[in-house]
Design a protein around this ligand. Structure first.
Ligand SMILES: Cc1cc2nc3c(=O)[nH]c(=O)nc-3n(C[C@H](O)[C@H](O)[C@H](O)COP(=O)(O)OP(=O)(O)OC[C@H]3O[C@@H](n4cnc5c(N)ncnc54)[C@H](O)[C@@H]3O)c2cc1C
Length: 415
């Protein structure tokens, strides 16, 4: 008799949800995505995709699309807030491809979303389906939606971000406001003329603030994120004169280039930055969390989406290799493969929340010299060299597969 197909419901159509659905569908698994947004719209910000994430996208067949829409970063450069002194420059261009087998891309989020939707099979995603709660039973999971409807699935994947509704069925906790907020905007390429010949990520570090900017859309525009200490935890607020003023005032004594960039946007968005303490578990018997829903991480290592891509590979593989009658061991395998690695990224990102924003003084001088000492891209092997597919492949012998070990801390990990 033919085995019944596992029915998988994914809550959330962000990076994590879209990629997991595509991978599962390609293996013939019955998968649906329930996304709260009624209409997929333009997402006005950039995102950095490191080789560990790009590798996943390449295997989905997105090599040409990424090369067309992304900008290859030549380096990540760190500078001092007031005078622009270079602290460190880590080569990324050819070095990334040679050392880690994939480039480092800077891409507009709307372009990334288009790439991901181009490989998602039709009729997989339902829009306007905000999930309010999931209830796990012995044989299936019930999903309840804000529009009053319900459905069931054999497995539910919570890919619904840092404020996840699915998470409540796995872990009892709340998002934690970090005491920082970010303003994001897009400005004309002319704001940073040096990107024309040297496209790279620029990090400017200063007391209680930092700014990141880089080119997207073939270098036609520049995306910036300006992070500052704040008591205001609001998320998703859009441009108002108050916010433009907050930005201009906060960076008034910074280097002229930073002031030019952060004041050149016609509009900005402002988000309070949240994470959560790392949970002991990412799964139950029939529910799995992934991406920001599983391990929401402060954005300072630029890894949230890259880790979500790694999660997607591992979870999809654990599920398609599973006996449909025994799904719980497959979900626990996913958890044991992904928790150590995502815990390390989560921890390092929290460390950066402090070290990125140090006041000028001895500790800041020490941080800068450590960064200078660790400029070789090889130091990023633990992060960029990780291959989620290989780490999920069962190794011969009795031991269960474990992720690549994380080497001892090195200064460059602060980047
Ligand atoms: C300032 C900033 C800069 C960043 N820069 C980078 C970077 O350069 N590189 C990087 O890798 N990461 C970066 N990140 C992190 C990255 O954006 C996230 O880690 C990533 O988007 C997580 O993807 P996800 O699919 O798990 O969640 P999300 O992108 O949050 O997607 C969740 C989806 O679920 C939907 N949803 C939510 N609740 C429900 C519900 N109840 N029912 C149905 N649907 C729901 C949402 O509408 C959304 O579509 C940055 C984050 C910030 C804040």
């Amino acid at each position: 008799m033919r085995q019944p197909r596992t029915r998988v419901a994914i809550v959330g159509g962000g990076v994590a949800g879209l990629v997991t659905a595509t991978l599962l569908r390609r293996r013939g698994i019955d998968v649906r995505i329930f996304e709260q947004t009624p209409q997929l719209g333009a997402i006005g910000a950039g995102i950095q995709l490191s080789p560990n994430g790009v590798r996943v996208l390449h295997r989905l067949g997105l090599q040409a699309a990424l090369a067309r829409t992304g900008v290859r970063a030549q380096a990540i450069e760190t500078r001092r807030w007031a005078d622009g002194t270079r602290i460190a420059r880590v080569r990324h261009g050819v070095a990334c491809t040679e050392l880690f087998g994939a480039p480092y891309y800077l891409i507009h989020r709307a372009d990334l979303q288009r790439c991901l939707l181009s490989v998602l099979p039709e009729h997989v995603m339902e829009l306007g389906k905000g999930c309010t709660r999931v209830v796990e039973g012995p044989d299936e999971v019930a999903l309840h939606f804000a529009d009053g409807t319900t459905t069931t699935a054999d497995v539910v994947i919570g890919a619904d971000g840092v404020h996840s509704a699915v998470r409540a069925a796995v872990v009892q906790d709340e998002p934690r406001f970090s005491g920082y907020a970010v303003h994001r905007g897009l400005v004309p390429a002319a704001a940073v003329p040096s990107f024309a010949t040297d496209p790279r990520v620029l990090f400017w570090l200063g007391p209680r603030r930092h700014v990141t900017y880089y080119p997207v859309r073939g270098g036609d525009i520049v995306h910036f994120s300006a992070v500052g200490a704040s008591n205001d935890a609001r998320t998703g607020s859009f441009s108002s004169p108050d916010e433009m003023n907050e930005l201009a005032t906060g960076f008034a004594d910074w280097h002229e280039e930073v002031r030019r960039v952060v004041t050149a946007a016609g509009s900005v968005t402002r988000w309070g930055l949240f994470d959560r303490d790392l949970a002991d578990r990412y799964v139950t018997g029939r529910i799995a969390l992934l991406g920001d829903a599983a391990h929401p991480t402060l954005p300072y290592l630029s890894q949230g989406a890259n880790q979500a891509l790694e999660d997607a590979v591992t979870l999809a593989r654990c599920l398609w290799e599973a006996d449909p009658a025994r799904l719980a061991p497959a979900l626990h395998r996913y958890q044991s493969l992904r928790r150590p690695r995502t815990a390390e990224v989560h921890r390092r990102a929290r460390d950066l929340a402090r070290t990125f924003h140090l006041p000028d003084g001895q500790e800041q001088t020490d941080r800068d010299s450590e960064m200078r000492d660790g400029q070789e891209p090889e130091h990023l092997s633990w992060l960029y060299g990780f291959d989620a597919d290989a780490a999920t492949t069962p190794t011969p012998g009795p031991a269960s597969p474990v992720p690549a070990p994380v080497p001892a801390a090195h200064p460059i990990h602060r980047l």
